[in-house]
Design a protein around this ligand. Structure first.
Ligand SMILES: CC(C)(COP(=O)(O)OP(=O)(O)OC[C@H]1O[C@@H](n2cnc3c(N)ncnc32)[C@H](O)[C@@H]1OP(=O)(O)O)[C@@H](O)C(=O)NCCC(=O)NCCS
Length: 209
């Protein structure tokens, strides 16, 4: 919860019970980044969890292209359904399907002290690669990102994700009056299979996934 508090404004932070449900419904989809360096272990007596990524598997992705052919009423109701599916605090017990072929990365964050060192990109890539490689049913990886979260967007674009839809004014912001757009991005899971994992200690300087 400390990582969550350091990463998102209160209006966006997920509650502890949401994380508990995510862990219960798809524990393999909940990955932690741990600082196991000698210095940290000596100081804290244990390794320090400095990042997390959690995911669920969906059995469908809304047909975003169909929206353009709809009349206003239909469009409004379809948009509501899309927003509900991606809503913060949504219940993974209802959305996660064991046989789903869409891996939805519901959240990903690092403690502040560990940012800007390349760990975020490595952790995300290794996590998605591990999850996609472990499950051949997964065809697409899906994420929803706030249009203002520049480092996250940079990582996703660099790794081949492409924007498929924008949820207008989806995310609350500090300014309260103006919400930020949510960008839905997808990438083929095939992009992440068979990649070389970062196993070398030097590569992550004692940081382990
Ligand atoms: C997103 C997050 C996990 C990234 O972790 P990180 O370790 O800082 O990321 P990295 O160091 O691997 O790389 C981030 C990239 O963004 C770039 N970046 C950093 N700050 C940036 C900024 N303000 N504007 C544009 N790009 C920026 C970095 O230069 C780097 O790109 P490069 O490798 O081409 O130089 C971390 O910033 C975080 O926890 N943020 C808060 C939570 C969040 O936004 N989660 C995403 C949920 S969708």
């Amino acid at each position: 919860m400390n990582i969550e508090r350091q990463s998102f404004i209160p209006a966006i932070q997920e509650k502890k019970r949401v994380f508990e449900k995510r862990l219960k419904v798809f524990p393999q989809g909940f990955l932690a980044l741990a600082d196991c360096s000698e210095e940290t272990v000596l100081k804290n007596k244990v390794a320090l969890v400095c990042g997390y990524l959690c995911a669920e598997k969906w059995d469908f992705l809304p047909d975003f292209s169909a929206l353009s052919g709809m009349d206003e009423k239909e469009k409004k109701s379809s948009l509501k359904k899309i927003e509900k599916r991606f809503a913060l605090g949504h219940n993974p017990l209802l959305t996660h399907k064991t046989n789903g072929c869409f891996l939805y990365v519901s959240s990903f964050a690092l403690l502040k002290d560990y940012r800007g060192k390349g760990y975020g990109e490595k952790f995300f890539l290794n996590s998605v690669a591990a999850l996609s490689s472990a499950d051949s049913q997964i065809k697409k990886v899906v994420i929803l990102v706030d249009s203002e979260w520049a480092p996250a967007i940079k990582i996703y674009e660099k790794l081949g994700f492409q924007k498929v839809f924008e949820l207008k004014e989806f995310f609350p912001t500090i300014q309260k009056k103006v919400n930020a757009d949510g960008i839905i991005m997808t990438a083929d899971a095939a992009l992440f299979r068979d990649i070389e994992f970062s196993k070398s200690e030097n590569d992550l300087s004692g940081i382990r996934i």
